[in-house]
Design a protein around this ligand. Sequence first.
Ligand code: SME
Length: 166
Amino acid sequence: MFTSAPADIDVDYSLLARQITSILEGERNQTANAAQFSAFIYQSLADLNWAGFYWTVPAKKGDAEELLVGPFQGKVACARISFGKGVCGTAAAERRTIVVPDVHAFAGHIACDSASNAEIVIPVIKDGRVLGVFDIDSPSLNRFRPEDQLGLESLVAIFVAATDFT
Ligand code: SME
């Protein structure tokens, strides 16, 4: 198991921003753009084992909302996550990016892939509504640095602006 991020995790986020803008240009479908975005992130960043979306949907029970898995790259994941639960549900409930250097030290972390050691979850917010989250897992502890948070938030913002949500 890797315990720290390898040296080659540096990436040019302004180049990735131009590339994803071009990839999404001319298409506004939510499923298509989310699938393209997940694949692009998974291919473009080193040392990941999962990258994808969870969407805000009505809960199966009661009238609360919960998260339902959407387009992703990686191993089979948990289908539904309650708001406030796990890293994804916390990011959705608190409407902010959550960076977890060590998932084993995060109370309530939901283990989908045992290879995951670090995680970042960015809320997908449009017109003040949390439409879902974008979740990325890494096998390396401390994988996501402040520059990754800023860069990934800017890429998610490009995805949100390029997409019509249904
Ligand atoms: N670890 C997440 C669950 C989703 S999987 O990592 C894909 C969490 O704690 O919310």
